[in-house]
Design a protein around this ligand. Structure first.
Ligand SMILES: C[S@@+](CC[C@H](N)C(=O)[O-])C[C@H]1O[C@@H](n2cnc3c(N)ncnc32)[C@H](O)[C@@H]1O
Length: 280
């Protein structure tokens, strides 16, 4: 890429494209990110600078290109057992209680909303497999969804580089649940089979789920949305969560509309249970 400086109107145009597609509100102080994040896309389209890209986007509507720009601008930062405490709380307190209530149905549904490259979903599946072996005969499903097709395909592949594996994954989990192939580690079928990944935009409601979830992880994504969009996404999470279900947000996130949620402090973290709509 040449060192040509990107013009302000082009940056504004790109921010608008991103917001209209993924609903991610990009802060102008982080405009410098366009250069690095769009570098690969520019190479793929044989373009030398962002100005050229914007010119092409303005000259004719190209839905695929717009989508590629929006996807390239998503922040996909994640890691196994990220922020540890929600997983510990689930293991020690919340899951034993929930499993008791699901004894009859013998089903458990978990949603990793905005799953990025899959580490969150696989962490939940490993936690269930390792700490609750009695669930082997239950119907367990961990659904992972994300806006970005690229991260969803990486999640499906379940292949991780040594650096990703070294972030947050206990050594015993590496040995038990991954195959080592060269510089990569591949999740074993017993964990892979518990998870299902697909592309879905959280902001396009209603989401195409036909059953409610027992646990929802909706972490580190709403910070990119407007206040109004957070309300909408949280209302959808409320609709999709069982009446006795559990919601985890990112450690710095709060529900936009507290009337729908009971916050519960436990295990050095906070989780949320749904209030009934009639009571709100
Ligand atoms: C920072 S990652 C968080 C991953 C994981 N939940 C965690 O906490 O480690 C945010 C993810 O949200 C996804 N995302 C952004 N906007 C989205 C939208 N409108 N719908 C669904 N996913 C979205 C991004 O593609 C990215 O993978």
């Amino acid at each position: 890429m040449t060192m040509q400086t990107t013009r302000q109107p082009d940056l504004i145009y790109l921010r608008e494209i991103v917001q209209s597609l993924s609903h991610n509100v990009l802060d102008p102080t982080r405009d410098y990110l366009f250069e690095s994040r769009l570098a690969r896309l520019l190479r793929n389209y044989e373009m030398s600078h962002i100005g050229e890209l914007v010119e092409r986007m303005r000259s004719r509507h190209d839905a695929d290109l717009e989508r590629a720009v929006a996807e390239a601008m998503t922040i996909n930062e994640t890691s196994f057992f990220r922020d540890g405490r929600p997983f510990e709380l689930l293991r020690l307190e919340l899951l034993p209680r929930l499993l008791e209530k699901r004894q009859q149905a013998r089903r458990l549904r978990i949603w990793s909303a905005a799953c990025s490259t899959g580490q969150e979903a696989y962490s939940l599946a490993m936690l269930l497999r390792e700490s609750f072996p009695q669930l082997a005969s239950w119907e367990i499903r961990v659904e992972g969804t994300d806006f970005s097709a690229e991260v969803v395909s990486r999640a499906k592949a379940g292949r991780y580089h040594r650096i990703e594996i070294n972030r947050g994954l206990p050594a015993r989990n590496i040995v038990r649940y991954f195959e080592h192939v060269g510089e990569e580690w591949i999740i074993k079928p017993e964990i892979r089979q518990m998870c299902n990944f697909r592309q879905a935009d959280l902001c396009r409601t209603p989401l195409p789920f036909f059953e409610q979830f027992d646990i929802i992880f909706l972490r580190n994504v709403m910070l990119y949305f407007s206040h109004e969009m957070r309300r909408k996404v949280l209302a959808e999470a409320h609709r999709l969560l069982a009446a006795d279900g559990i919601l985890f947000l990112g450690s710095s996130e709060q529900p936009a509309d507290m009337s729908l949620w009971n916050p519960i402090l436990a295990g050095g973290t906070c989780y949320f249970t749904p209030r009934s709509r009639t009571a709100s």
